[in-house]
Write a protein that binds this ligand. Sequence first.
Ligand code: ADP
Ligand code: MG
Length: 336
Amino acid sequence: MDEFTLIKTLFQPLQTVGQTQQDPEHGFLKKIGDDAAVWKGQGNLAFSIDTLVEGVHFTPDIPPEDLGYRCLAVNLSDLAAMAATPAFYTLAITLPSVDLPWISSFVQGIRTLAEQHDVPLVGGDTTRGPLTITLQAHGLCPQPVYREGACPGDDVYVSGTLGDAAAGLKLWLNREERHKDHNPAQSDSYLIERFHRPTPRIALGQALAGVATAMLDVSDGLLADLSHIAEASQVQLTVDARRLPLSSALVERFGESQASEWALTGGDDYELAFTAPRSAREILRQIAEKLGIQLTRIGQVAERDEMSSGERGSVQVEHALIELGQVGYNHFPDNS
Ligand code: ADP
Ligand code: MG
């Protein structure tokens, strides 16, 4: 199968997803099939791009459907963190060969999530080489929430539960451990799914427009990510480790100490972390109830203390069960 047939038969059908939702006043004049897509726009447009490289971001044995789902999910999560509504996406894919069953499953994984959020694929690029996937998602955000608005006195919150994806990754990489368990089914597959198929918190992000003072999604680990809010907002954050939301699957499988270490430093959960004033506590309770999403108040924002905080944003952890070393993931650490 050549490049053009591949595009026509597999990628092009994704361009009609969510078509009925399109606003006639602004939208696509052209999607896939010309030299470029053409969009007639209006309002604030958020862009987010992520590249997934085999061997760096995923192992070669990841089910292709999960990989497709994940590629779109991590980008939609970035849009959620801006309080944006996903509008459309583009896909640049480099494939070592045309393995039709593999690509069809990959496309099906994308479709599953694309249909949930009514987002069409509007263009891309297809090339041959080591497996690499770059997906760019675009969203409308009338009231974007940045990382820089946290104020002293604000509360710090996180959605859902933390640490599940780090546990899922460990279980996925360590297949033997997975099989020797007495009851391998439930908790393990829940945790692995949390790693392979993160849930972008789109509705929550939108509900937090005008409520959250600063927000981001937790991709590198809670502490590493919160330090970006601390730095951008020029404040200091304190997290109470006893308040971290942990799933029962995680605690049962790995114990409380390991669970809270992963909750603080493990990545890939794609939950939203945000700050909000005390006066927003009641509305946040209502948002959580309406959306059926757990929101946990895990800490406080304080004035920046010039003496104790360095260049990087400072995040203090209280009542941690573990010693915290280097946190977060950095593709190019200082000494590499
Ligand atoms: P050009 O050579 O002019 O860049 P291409 O042959 O790369 O055009 O692409 C032809 C059309 O197919 C374009 O509309 C492009 O956006 C689309 N396309 C190519 N690859 C993909 C893909 N992986 N997903 C979606 N659309 C794609
Ligand atoms: Mg091209």
